[in-house]
Design a binder for this molecule. Structure first.
Ligand code: NAD
Ligand code: DAU
Length: 376
């Protein structure tokens, strides 16, 4: 099978590319990425020479190029991750988010349709898999500020923490109610994907996942930014009172879910992906400080005074909480890592890979493409 993965040089995309290249030597994996500030080919150093892997530098908004890539590589399956992904940036520059997340997705959908329409078997054996987010559902109430035991039984339930901060969860039928320009653009792209199924019969599947954490995340996002700041003893800017709740999933568990759904998910279905792992931001920040201090040989908790409360994010969603029981029930997926284990593994990775972090924060990582791919 020839599979196009968009946004494969980003955080989640690089884990998906790595998984597919290693697990499916019989597939040809084409990673298409524009290499914006968030794209980093150093995330894929270990697979870049694999015989079943090709990198293409291109913009998903370039429709002609998308058709050319579909034809050149005889693409049969698409896993679409390329997007502008950071909420704070979307507040400053909403146009870019509409252009990339909406028009870019539309350009890819149309390119897939046009190319697959030329084939005798048309949509038979084809799949357009769109990766979306839980943020499209809006925000949930924080009805239990101290946390309650949630009504679900999962692997993650053995986690020491495992509390829910409200009685409601996002399910696949929850009405869309996005609040930020980022989530509004993602919601719009989800609608286009479903419209291509309903109008043209394009074989699509959509997943909405909660917050991911793990190696190779760009240090503008909470977890890698704060780990690096703790290491450098820089202030930790907690928005508002730190009371907002996010539902965290280890990135490799997301990649495993994507693999499963790409191969076994039902046509035109939506699946929620999440680990039943809700945390208040302030609690997660304290865990980050304690574990980072310990791993750096400092006294555990000695960096608590780095916590700095700053002006809240505009339109800051209070709580996200995913109910992923459909995916567990129908396809047998479960998160494999407890949070305590995943977060320690993640912190250790960032501390052991300071060169990666320093390259990203200095901007040097953007030279990697020129060095690796010039003349190819
Ligand atoms: P990221 O910002 O780390 O990576 C995005 C990648 O897309 C980068 O490699 C970037 O270069 C590429 N890209 C951006 N614009 C492009 C364009 N015009 N053409 C081609 N490539 C382009 O993002 P991420 O956190 O890995 O998220 C990946 C996807 O998963 C996104 O669609 C996001 O909405 C979704 N998602 C993310 C999370 C999360 O917690 N990070 C959770 C749920 C869903
Ligand atoms: O829920 C899935 C979404 O998770 C994805 O769709 C997005 O692409 C991804 O960026 C993420 O969005 P969030 O806005 O939840 O992630 P972020 O890491 O930016 O922030 C997590 C929480 O921490 C959020 O409540 C805001 C807060 N925060 C964030 C930063 C960067 C702070 O308090 N201080 C900070 O400096």
């Amino acid at each position: 099978m020839n599979i196009l993965i968009t946004g494969g040089a980003g955080f989640i995309g690089s884990h998906v590319v790595r998984l597919f290249v290693n697990k499916y030597p019989e597939y040809h994996i084409v990673n298409l990425d524009k290499l914006t500030y968030a794209g980093n080919l150093a995330n894929l150093k270990d697979v870049e020479k694999a015989p079943n892997y090709t990198f293409v530098k291109a913009d998903i908004c370039d429709y002609e190029k998308m058709v050319e890539v579909m034809e050149t590589y005889h693409i049969e399956g698409i896993i679409h991750l390329a997007a502008e992904s950071h909420v704070d940036r979307s507040i400053k520059d909403p146009f870019t988010f509409a252009r990339v997340n909406v028009m870019g997705t539309l350009s890819l959908l149309q390119a897939a349709k046009v190319y697959w329409d030329t084939l005798p078997e048309r949509y038979e054996g084809k799949r357009f898999y769109h990766i979306s987010t839980d943020e499209v559902y809006g925000a949930l109430e924080l009805t239990h500020p101290e946390g309650i035991k949630p009504p679900f039984s999962t692997t993650a339930s053995s986690s020491e923490h495992h509390l829910a901060y409200g009685s409601e969860f996002f399910v696949e039928t929850t009405k869309y109610n996005p609040h930020s320009p980022y989530s509004a653009a993602k919601a719009s792209s989800d609608h286009f994907v479903r419209a291509y199924h309903d109008t043209y019969g394009l074989p699509v599947v959509v997943t909405n996942c909660s917050n991911n954490y793990g190696p190779y995340q760009f240090p503008e996002k909470l977890i890698p930014l704060f780990i690096n700041n703790i290491r450098l003893r820089k202030p930790l800017p907690v928005y508002g009172k730190g009371e907002n709740v996010r539902d965290w999933l280890y990135v490799e568990d997301h990649a495993r879910a994507i693999d499963l759904i790409f191969h076994k998910g039902k046509d035109a279905e939506t699946y929620n992906i999440g680990g039943f792992n809700e945390w208040k931001n302030i609690d997660i920040v304290k865990v980050l400080i304690r574990v980072t201090d310990r791993l750096l040989g400092r006294q555990e908790g000695e960096d608590m005074d780095l916590i700095t409360y700053v002006t809240d994010r505009a339109g800051h969603d209070l709580r996200y909480a995913i109910d992923s029981s459909k995916l567990q029930r129908e396809l047998g997926w479960e998160p494999s890592l407890q949070f305590e284990e995943g977060i320690e593994k993640t912190i250790r990775w960032y501390l052991d890979n300071q060169e990666w972090m320093d390259n990203v924060t200095s901007g040097d990582y953007q030279k990697y493409y020129e060095e690796m791919y010039r003349g190819r």
